[in-house]
Design a binder for this molecule. Structure first.
Ligand SMILES: Nc1ncnc2c1ncn2[C@@H]1O[C@H](COP(=O)(O)OP(=O)(O)O)[C@@H](O)[C@H]1O
Ligand SMILES: [Mg+2]
Length: 230
């Protein structure tokens, strides 16, 4: 799979996306263009329904635009076949969701280890990496607890550790603080920022919490499917 070295992690060019047909069509994205430089934390703000999730799904290769181009990590997503896209998502992108998405019956450590199992990492290497990741998010002492035995903020930190398991170049987070109280949300956002600045990760984080925007290197705003300039 060809890959061009570039300082730009994400390049979105004139992306359009509609749901439905004819009079019932919803234009979720109407010609969105922007770039995210490597090593930055970019916040994507916009009220509910403005197109944030649609955009993140397209950047993450989970969904396809109707029109326009998306480059991630030097690759044009429209050039990639199903297998290459899967490999890109697995090896280069980490996803964090509002609802954490942890597996309830697994411990924190086992949840973080899931991507490493999928990659068939050596068990010893896996254990060491899980330990390192849980320390990174401040949960080394909670490795054996299940999600139901952790607070919301702790669960989201486990999810961030899991998203980092395969050392992704890009972290995509969709309202990661949406289910957390203000203080916990701030701590989670600070963790994301620390990860970006210490591990050469790039992050694109959707939020409608304006108090978190100060932590971003840059803020993009979506309004009715369009980026509005500041
Ligand atoms: N699968 C879908 N089918 C139909 N409409 C959708 C679908 N997903 C999103 N939409 C619509 O697209 C618009 C943008 O939604 P979304 O990207 O989820 O916004 P946000 O994440 O900012 O709340 C909304 O009007 C929403 O109702
Ligand atoms: Mg959304």
């Amino acid at each position: 799979m060809s890959r061009i070295a570039t300082d730009t992690m994400v390049r979105v060019e004139d992306v359009h996306k509609s749901y439905g047909q004819g009079a019932a069509a919803v234009h979720a994205l109407r010609g969105v263009s922007f770039e995210v430089p490597r090593g930055q934390l970019v916040a994507l703000k916009g009220r509910s329904g403005s197109g944030k999730t649609t955009l993140l799904n397209i950047v993450g290769g989970v969904d396809e635009p109707d029109r326009g181009r998306v480059h991630v990590d030097g690759r044009d997503l429209s050039d990639l076949g199903e297998d290459d896209l899967l490999a890109l998502r697995r090896d280069r992108i980490g996803f964090v969701f509002q609802s954490f998405g942890l597996i309830p019956v697994l411990t924190a450590a086992e949840n973080v280890g899931v991507p490493l199992r999928l990659r068939r990492a050596d068990p010893r290497e896996r254990e060491e990496r899980v330990e390192l990741l849980l320390s990174l998010v401040g949960l080394a002492a909670h490795a054996r607890q299940r999600p139901g035995e952790l607070s919301g903020g702790q669960q989201q930190r486990v999810a961030i550790a899991r998203a980092l398991a395969n050392d992704p170049a890009l972290l995509i987070a969709d309202e990661p603080t949406g289910q957390l109280d203000a203080e916990t949300g701030l701590a989670v956002m600070e963790l994301l920022r620390a990860v970006v600045h210490s591990r050469q990760v790039t992050a694109l984080v959707a939020t409608h919490d304006v108090t978190l925007l100060d932590l971003a290197d840059r803020v993009l705003e979506l309004r009715d499917g369009e980026i509005v300039e500041h």
